[in-house]
Design a protein around this ligand. Structure first.
Ligand SMILES: Cc1ncc(COP(=O)(O)O)c(C=O)c1O
Length: 442
């Protein structure tokens, strides 16, 4: 910090480098850049973000959900004054819609946990911060993570000074044996893999789905190497009929998994609501045992005091309205996403026919669902390139290198298609092809 007493800018100023490493690191800006790209380039078609389809949001639904929740409390015989307090006052740190979330988890994911094992959070992001803050106690504790990964997990670790090590996923997601080897290698260095972050259903950004056998083996590896799995699952609901996979948490018989949920895609991201399922018992020095979710409320209290009561009431009403069955409630939305995925894959195939892939220098993956497709290109596709593409060619995307932990993905771009109508997707691919054709291969 510097203090100046002369000149037009008298007063305190900072060198950026004097601030916390998480603020200095340019990589930590990726979340903001991705969410603001569409605003910075309003004329460009945006494949940059994973924003959900917003065509069926209806302002009229908000008071309906709120009323529904209030009615739900009245039906349960809760006195009027307490209902008023629930919505207007500070509330319990871990939230007040855990019963409803527990019912939803049982219904949608066959996850059977008591309400005490659930903490309602400010989105996935706070669930990650709270879980990491509680689990990582020593500088030698390392977070293993699938790579490439959602930027929120690397950012959360960085903000908390927790070392993170990426394990590169293949077309079928993480290889459990590679996870085991990474955990063992850390132990040989005197460090400890405390947890593994994984996004087994339609990973962001890779679009992979972890096969059932690998899920079972990953749970065994977690037990053998003694780490907790942090399972992030915002996209599993949107699988094709008959292709839904059991979550790791539903297969977990030893409480090896903490499950991090989000209502951003199943309801709407503006609610900023998610949850942490942590059913592991924690015993203190007096012999009192509480769940990990209850114990971590100390961290939650200091991050955000509690999650928005208003958002909880609206999402609570949304759950009640849908009979706690978000899988059924999101069938139409899933059909929209799957159609858009098919449109994007067809547009890519038409624009870049297989016999000319080498000439164009492009190829891509074909995920079965999720929000993202990855395109390989014949040049370094970084943020500067994305800006050229958005400004001069009218189409934006996300550099895959933003999601890699420890380097990689330099010649790959992520295409998020869920909030673009089919015609816009086709037009976006046409524009992308022009950008690719105009960019020299290196
Ligand atoms: C893998 C993954 N996890 C979590 C989230 C969202 O979390 P939040 O509830 O903080 O919006 C996203 C959103 O893009 C995501 O892709």
């Amino acid at each position: 910090m510097t203090s100046t007493t002369t000149g037009t800018h008298a007063g305190v100023s900072f060198d950026l480098d004097s601030l916390h490493a998480g603020i200095v690191d340019p990589e930590m800006d990726s979340m903001r850049i991705l969410s603001e790209t569409a605003m910075r380039f309003p004329d460009a078609l945006s494949f940059s973000s994973g924003a959900p389809y917003d065509g069926n949001y209806d302002l009229a639904d908000l008071p309906l959900h709120l009323d529904r929740y209030i009615k739900h409390l009245r039906d349960r015989g809760i006195p009027e004054q307490r209902i008023t307090r629930t919505v207007f006052q500070y509330g319990p740190v871990n939230g007040f819609i855990q019963d409803e979330v527990a019912r939803m988890l049982k219904q949608d994911e066959d996850i059977d946990v008591p309400a005490e094992a659930i903490m309602i959070t400010h989105g996935f992001q706070e669930a990650a911060l709270v879980a990491l803050r509680g689990l990582f106690a020593s500088p030698d504790d390392v977070l293993l993570s699938v790579s490439p990964a959602y930027v929120g997990i690397r950012g959360a670790a960085r903000m908390l000074d927790i070392p993170i090590q990426g394990i590169t996923e293949g077309p079928d997601g993480l290889d459990p044996e590679e996870v085991a080897a990474a955990a063992r290698a850390l132990r040989a260095e005197g460090k400890r893999a405390v947890a593994l972050y994984v996004n087994p259903d339609f990973s962001n950004p890779g679009g992979t789905v972890l096969p059932l056998e690998a899920r079972r083996r990953l749970l065994e590896v977690a037990a053998e190497e003694d780490f907790i799995i942090l399972e992030d699952n915002p996209y599993g609901l949107f699988a094709r009929d008959g292709e839904t996979m059991p979550t790791l948490k539903s297969l977990d018989t030893e409480r090896r998994v903490a499950y991090l949920g989000s209502f951003a895609k199943s309801a709407f991201p503006g609610a900023r609501l998610g949850y942490l399922v942590a059913d592991q018992p924690v015993t203190d020095s007096t012999g009192t045992t509480r769940t990990l979710a209850q114990t971590l409320s100390k961290a939650k209290a200091m991050y955000s005091v509690g999650s928005s009561s208003l958002s909880q009431a609206v999402i609570g009403g949304f759950l009640v309205d849908n009979d706690y069955d978000l899988r059924s409630a999101t069938r139409q939305l899933a059909a929209v996403y799957l159609e858009r995925l098919d449109v994007l894959l067809a547009a890519l195939a038409e624009t870049f026919p297989a016999e000319r892939h080498a000439e164009h220098g492009v190829s891509w993956n074909s995920p079965r669902g999720g929000f993202f497709v990855t395109l390989q290109v014949g040049f370094v596709a970084d943020l500067a390139g994305m800006e050229v593409s958005a400004r001069d060619f009218g189409v934006s995307w996300a550099p895959m290198s933003m999601f890699h932990i420890g380097g990689g993905g330099d010649r790959e771009i992520r295409l998020g298609f869920t909030n673009l109508a089919p015609e816009a997707i086709r037009e976006g691919v046409t524009r992308l092809a022009r950008y690719i054709a105009a960019t020299p291969r290196d």
